[in-house]
Ligand binder design. Sequence first.
Ligand code: GLU
Length: 307
Amino acid sequence: MSYRGRFAPSPTGPLHFGSLVSALASWLDARAHDGVWLVRIEDIDGPRTVPGAAEDILSTLDRFGLRADEPPIWQSARLARYQQALDQLRGAGLVYPCGCTRKEISDSLLNAHTRNTTLAYPGTCRTGLHGKPARAWRLRVPDEGDGERTEKRAAGTSEPRSATITFEDRWQGMQTQNLATEVGDFVLRRADDQWAYQLAVVVDDADADITHIVRGADLMDSTARQIYLQRCLSVPTPAYLHVPVVTNSQGEKLSKQTGATALDTSRPLDALHAAARHLKLEMNGQTHSSLESFYNAAIKAWASGVE
Ligand code: GLU
């Protein structure tokens, strides 16, 4: 198997320290495996995309010496592929249109006394729209406990049947999520006519033959959904590694919303040394004065720490 990894920033603002950590970790993992490293610009969330941010991120990565081995992929150029994937799922009867508003969903969760214990979509539109206009498309997930019974029936087929998804994260260890109780049928096409992140990421990773995903642990919670979707689309599941997220002094994930500042591109080595410390790379406390010597040491340190 030849290693293919990627860094997939959303252009909601300039690259900040938290996203540098993800970029560096995925780049180091690719280099440590003699692999290929790609950059994908996740620019399909219209309301959150900031004009010029993608170009700014690409030039910052370049300034830091993190250069993709193939031209960047832009999600905005791939909308037809997301439609094809949805059509494939429709053809297999795995998705349905949903007419629920956020308020209706939270009201029905309240009625079911499940509020605060689970935020899983209660499946209201599984049986039809009940006269409401279609707003979104949802992927049907198996009911709780459906797993074992239907897994037997589906034996020998690649049909996804179990609500419980288990995977081994290369950094965080074994992970399990029950999609029926913790997530519910999830959205692939949003009510505001945008493609959902979950669908786009799975289609893009599969089309780019990505074998290893290295990203921030804030995305851990999405991984079970993505693995389930891979099974529905009959595409391979990559290996996953989620690095600890960078938080601010209030313990919030560093992001544009929590006040993350742009990286100082005039001093890339300062931020890179800090990112290596965050990733707990054994660099023997050494400070490097060139990108080349920093990266040589960092690749070795990464390779000795992960499989
Ligand atoms: N675009 C996502 C983000 O910036 C990352 C997606 C991924 O790595 O799967 O949070």
